[in-house]
Design a protein around this ligand. Structure first.
Ligand code: GKR
Ligand code: MG
Length: 465
């Protein structure tokens, strides 16, 4: 029997963030996201969560009304229509529907499809009384009962006196060294080591891979930080740096070779050292170190090209939000299983609904050899009003795959609405929190900071005048 979509809603929200630095700038105190919600005629509810920009809001608003009254299963099977219509609308509204030029993704169509697919699929799973991963996994259902995450850490800027309020939703005193340092400056090797040690001891014990965002300091200083980090954490913990293509080819080859000599197997792979597949291939040929990307393979065609060129050995394209939905991420994992490319997933600042979709995607994926990136566990989990009953993280960065129908978490709609109010309030006051943009906060804190597009040396500090 046709199960109809009764309502399809969405809310832009603002979520609290910290002063994380990357090549493209500094995280603002709040990050915009979009929550989607699909309600079926029998009352089953499903949710999605995606990055937010004003382009997605315009396209989503038009598309969701067209889905009401249609059959949920039928629509899940013909999401190509959503993609075509989103592209048409993006062109009609003259929206930038692109990715790759910043460390984060400004796409419209990939996110719109993802927000719709996540809500439809989780509502359908509720309706069927099945955990989402059992539907996503196809005939044989889920492939595993645990999904693993790494610990994803960043340099942190000193923002005192800047007027930027990083205290939103964070009134309580920090518990322990990690929470304290999360609000302080982390910009040298000593602080990097202390921060990572605190994260592993207090926040994510037993995790065997720490990812560190580079592209901030001079490459020589970052090399020193990564060697110090690996030595301090010891051989049981791997270290993966990610400068978001802030380096040119000779710099990348030099830094990666010296890092490899210094830390050996503690460097399992290196992420996005340079811009473009040809440059990535050159760096891999020269260093022999496996490379990963979330920047240069945004779709299946680009993955084929990357494999042909030997440009990447591990994809982080398994991110449900970027690839266009958890079904597409599972499809990418199957492609990885046959092509031999490693499968991983990239992450941005997000909340519990995104985390839950990632866990279900990971449970349904054909392969799961690399722990997934997640901003959630070190940064957002303790300031998340969108969830009443959440997943827990176990030793080793493990999330156990839920057995309950749907997502296996209880969404707190009052919390979603509170964060939506915050979005409306902040943007009404003329504060630019509609699109993620790390440039303006960087200009406020480091007066006169120049964006990487305007200079030869791309790393963050090269733009500080
Ligand atoms: O959150 O600043 C950040 C990251 O730089 C993010 O924007 C990237 O998309 O984490 C991502 C990455 O792995 O490149
Ligand atoms: Mg990356």
């Amino acid at each position: 029997m046709l199960t109809k979509i009764d309502k399809f809603e969405f809310w832009p929200i603002l979520i609290p963030d910290f002063a994380l630095l990357n090549m493209s700038g500094l995280h603002a105190p709040m990050t915009p996201r979009i929550i989607t919600k699909c309600t079926l005629a029998d009352g089953a509810e499903g949710y999605g969560e995606i990055p937010c920009n004003t382009g997605i809001i315009r396209v989503m608003g038009t598309l969701l009304t067209q889905l009401v009254g249609l059959g949920v299963e039928e629509e899940l099977g013909r999401l190509d229509w959503v993609v075509a219509e989103s592209k048409r609308l993006a062109a009609e509204f003259a929206l930038a529907d692109e990715r790759g030029s910043a460390s984060f993704d400004r796409g419209v169509t990939n996110h719109t499809r993802a927000g719709i697919q996540m809500a439809l699929a989780s509502a359908f799973a509720m309706h069927k009384g099945l955990p989402l991963c059992d539907l996503l996994g196809g005939e044989n259902g889920r492939k595993r009962s645990e999904v693993k995450f790494n610990t994803y850490l960043f340099y942190l800027a000193a923002t005192d006196g800047s007027g930027l309020g990083y205290s939103y939703l964070k009134p309580r005193a920090p518990k322990g060294e990690f929470e304290k340092m999360r609000t302080e400056t982390v910009l040298d090797a000593g602080a990097v080591v202390r921060f990572a040690q605190a994260a592993l001891a207090e926040r994510m014990p037993g995790v065997g891979l720490v990812k560190w965002k580079l592209g901030v300091l001079d490459p020589e200083a970052e090399l020193e930080c990564m060697i110090a980090l690996a030595r301090a954490l010891g051989p049981g913990v791997q270290v993966v740096p990610d400068p978001n293509a802030a380096w040119d080819v000779p710099t990348a080859i030099g830094v990666i070779q010296r890092l490899k000599e210094a830390i050996g197997d503690q460097l399992p792979y290196f992420e996005d050292p340079v811009a473009g597949l040809d440059a990535m291939a050159e760096v891999h040929r020269a260093t022999g170190v496996p490379l990963a990307t979330n920047m240069w393979a945004p779709n299946f065609e680009a993955h084929e090209e990357a494999a042909r060129k030997g440009a990447i050995q591990i994809t982080l394209g398994g991110d449900c939000h970027y690839i266009g939905g958890s079904d597409e991420a599972v499809r990418l994992s199957a492609w990885c299983a046959t092509s031999g490319m490693g499968f991983g997933q990239h992450s941005n600042t997000h909340l519990a609904i995104s985390n839950a979709h990632t866990v279900h995607m990971g449970a349904a994926a054909a392969v799961h050899e690399w722990p997934f990136d997640s901003h959630y566990w070190p940064w957002q989990v303790d300031y998340d009003p969108t969830v009443k009953r959440n997943m827990a993280m176990e030793r080793g960065g493990v999330c156990r795959v839920p057995e309950e129908p749907g997502l296996g978490i209880d969404v707190a709609m009052d919390g979603v609405l509170t964060l939506h109010e915050e979005y409306l309030k902040c943007n009404r006051n003329g504060r630019a929190y509609q699109n993620r943009d790390d440039g303006p906060p960087a200009e406020v804190v480091y007066g006169g900071w120049m964006r990487p597009q305007t200079r030869a040396k791309k790393w963050f500090m090269a733009g500080v005048r």
